[in-house]
Design a protein around this ligand. Sequence first.
Ligand code: MLT
Length: 404
Amino acid sequence: MFQINENYQKLPGNYLFSTIAKKVNAFQEANPDKELIRLGIGDVTQPIAPAIIEAMHSAVDEMAHAETFHGYAPDLGYEFLRKAIVENDYKARGCQVEIDEVFVSDGAKSDSGNIQEIFSENNRIAVCDPVYPVYVDSNVMAGRTGTYDKNTETWSNVIYMPCTAENNFVPEFPKETPDIIYLCLPNNPTGTTLTKAQLQEWVDYANKNGAVIIYDAAYEAYISEDDVAHSIYECEGARTCAIELHSFSKNAGFTGVRLGYTVVPKDLKCGDVSLNSMWARRHGTKFNGAPYIVQRAGEAVYSEAGKAQLKEQVAYYMKNAKTIKEGLKDAGYTVFGGVNAPYIWLKTPNQMTSWEFFDYLLEKANVVGTPGAGFGPSGEGYFRLTAFGEYENTVKALERIKSL
Ligand code: MLT
């Protein structure tokens, strides 16, 4: 008789955004006349930029002719894309990353869930609290997190680093030493970030303690302040302790197109075993590459026209962020984030729990957000709104919230 992976049975509830979608769909079904404004999941609303669409069209045409048709992509991704990544995301910022350290994938969500596979089951992970739920859930599935305590909503074998208004959302070095540290900067969900100097301290800590940092840079395009690093490899010593994940979803609107990449430096080793070789082995065995058409689209992200158009798109979303932040402040809310990230993190009013506030906003303003508690126990009492909506809807949502 077959047996299942019992670790899946330990997962409490569903994936956060699936739970929210279910609740919202039930509300909409019961109230078909209500016009909902969705500022919950960080899904983009603006169309793919023209330069990228053009590149996709010509890649589609190439696929129609035997001479230019493409089958399986190379294991690590097409060189044209990896070259563009290295030149623009790293060399231009003075970071050392080589072409064979870049692994193209179908997105940062998959990579952030899969990367834990190359580590021992005995490793102890440390996460910020609140945190993007994929990091924890994927480690639960792998059997690395111990037992779940319903009361504290924590796992016995996970080290939590609370990030709240009290510490300015800056994680403190944990008392127990972790083996794997997840950092998402600029942060999802709090929308806050660390200065480059603060990030350097984490790199030094990881190197000193033999830990690895899994650095999720999905929101890097939204950084507006000078003293914030766009890549962890801007910090000295990061090549021996950090893996970096990148997404094309947020900077180029690829949530439905699917493209991302992960950097595993060759200097990152456990004894004499290279993590780059391990990830290459995993990638080659379990992944057959992002589609040629999509990788050409990714290349166009780095074209001059692509860069200019995406700068405008990021500015569009950051105008939403400002609208939300200032609108909430005017309405008397305490708000964080929204300066270097497309997320606004607010304190729920009148001691409401974050799920109470979710229901209140849904029912009274017909606005969908994300309850902070869904990201971890320290998210209780907070709430996240995304700047990825349409501007007109964002303005309307704020008007509704202000008039509550
Ligand atoms: C979020 O809303 O946190 C993100 O959109 C989820 C994701 O990127 O997978």
